[in-house]
Design a binder for this molecule. Structure first.
Ligand code: ADP
Ligand code: ADP
Length: 230
């Protein structure tokens, strides 16, 4: 699927968070989003997921306008997986198992479908089955993040948004997580939108980079071009 924003602006009360954003997100790429704190990165990824209901401008998926509700507000886009910056903001069940099955159960999946998805997702994230009965609070920081991502991958999203997924991880866990994400993205030919401050990770893993500055999307270019320009 191709996701396209045309001249999108978002205001919080009367303050503009992003203005006149236009971009196209294509399939099968790792796209990093960089920029200073407050530049609009987080607002941008929330717009893509449909979490910000009131936007000016157009949002198209495969050339068709995204659905709006009766009040004209955008709706959450189920094909996009969204992993919050802090896993504590999304892990709220008493066991890892319950965490993984939460969304599929809401969608009315059968036990068979759920088990199949669990057996796909655990090895993708380097997790073993013995983690299933544990409580999220018993896990290490790296395991929590992998469980948060696993619970989002259960639904087999076309596009995965991860906001600073390596914040607070030691270098070994960080590299392991990024390599697992890269493997998923390449094997399944899926898209990752990776919000990061870590330029070395951006250079190493991404195909494309989107640069935000003071609420504007100032550049979208391939990673090689960006790093050769500097
Ligand atoms: P980044 O992710 O690059 O740090 P954000 O998208 O979070 O940037 O923020 C863009 C601008 O919008 C900033 O000026 C920020 O202060 C403002 N902003 C973000 N979230 C809110 C909010 N919920 N209410 C009011 N202003 C906000
Ligand atoms: P129900 O919706 O019928 O109450 P559960 O959500 O308890 O079912 O479990 C769904 C399926 O997953 C069942 O087949 C159950 O045996 C299995 N299961 C439950 N807990 C775990 C666990 N911690 N690890 C692995 N499988 C589990």
């Amino acid at each position: 699927m191709v996701y396209q924003l045309n001249n999108v602006s978002v205001k919080y009360s009367n303050r503009t968070a992003v203005k006149n954003i236009s971009c196209t997100i294509e399939e099968g790429k790792w796209i990093s989003v960089i920029g200073q704190t407050g530049a609009g990165k987080s607002t941008f990824v929330q717009v893509l997921k449909g979490l910000i209901t009131n936007i000016d401008g157009d949002y198209l998926i495969d050339q068709r306008p995204v659905k709006r509700d009766a009040k004209g507000q955008l709706m959450v886009i189920p094909e996009i997986g969204f992993v919050f910056q802090y896993p504590e903001h999304q892990l709220f069940e008493t066991t890892v198992f319950k965490e993984l099955v939460f969304a599929p159960k809401q969608q009315g999946w059968s036990h068979q479908q759920i088990s199949k998805s669990i057996s796909n997702v655990l090895p993708l994230l380097g997790l073993a089955e013995d983690i299933l009965p544990l409580a999220p609070f018993q896990l290490s920081g790296g395991q929590k993040r992998r469980v948060a991502i696993a619970s989002v991958l259960m639904m087999n999203p076309q596009l995965l948004i991860v906001d600073e997924p390596t914040a607070g991880l030691d270098p070994v866990s960080k590299a392991a997580l990024l390599q697992l994400l890269k493997k998923w993205q390449q094997q399944e030919s899926r898209t990752i939108i990776f919000v990061s401050h870590q330029m070395d990770d951006v250079a190493e893993y991404s195909d494309e980079v989107i640069v935000f500055h003071k609420g504007c999307l100032v550049k979208q270019l391939d990673t090689r071009t960006l790093f050769l320009e500097q």
